[in-house]
Design a protein around this ligand. Sequence first.
Ligand code: GRF
Length: 202
Amino acid sequence: LKIGVLISGSGTNLQALIDRIAAGELNAEIVLVVSSRPSAAGLKRAADAGIQTLALSKELYADPWDADEVIATELERAGAEYIVMAGYMRKVHEPLLALWPDRVVNIHPALLPSFQGAHGIQDAFDRGVKVTGVTVHFANAVYDQGPIIAQEAVRVEEGWTVDELEAAIHKVEHQLYPHVVQLLADGRVQVNDDRTVSVLPE
Ligand code: GRF
């Protein structure tokens, strides 16, 4: 499966995908990494793995719609079949969503629909929930509200700091995201008419 990966930051989820592919455990190829920030550390991870990159700065592309048109053109040229958002801190817009309908996925560090937004880990921690987790879902025009593909729970242990919770969340993310990409590669993810998702048996 040919995928394009969208990042904005450290890129540890990108790294997890790179590592699984290199180990022969994930049947995918990252054809392009796009970053919304030229300084994103994830760009170096991509370059180190020999993956083509594209960095867009907010200053250059003030209009998010224009930016998505550029991104879509490059992802199409690279042959991306699915778009994988991995810590991408911008919304995706029509130019991307129209070309990859139900083919743009995102990972969120909480159990959606709880704790939507940019601070899912901190918000869950501050609320004092005892269980939170990780969600992989299809992206749509409304942030964090597309069809849910997979979720995994993380128990918040007594006495944990937010940093300990964050580490536990990331550990789960780095397992769950490659797993879901493999499900996509195997054609096992089906979006139903009611916008729920079924994972088909092997
Ligand atoms: C992850 O926690 C992801 O769930 C959220 O942003 C973070 C990205 O981390 N959307 P990284 O850039 O993959 O290290």
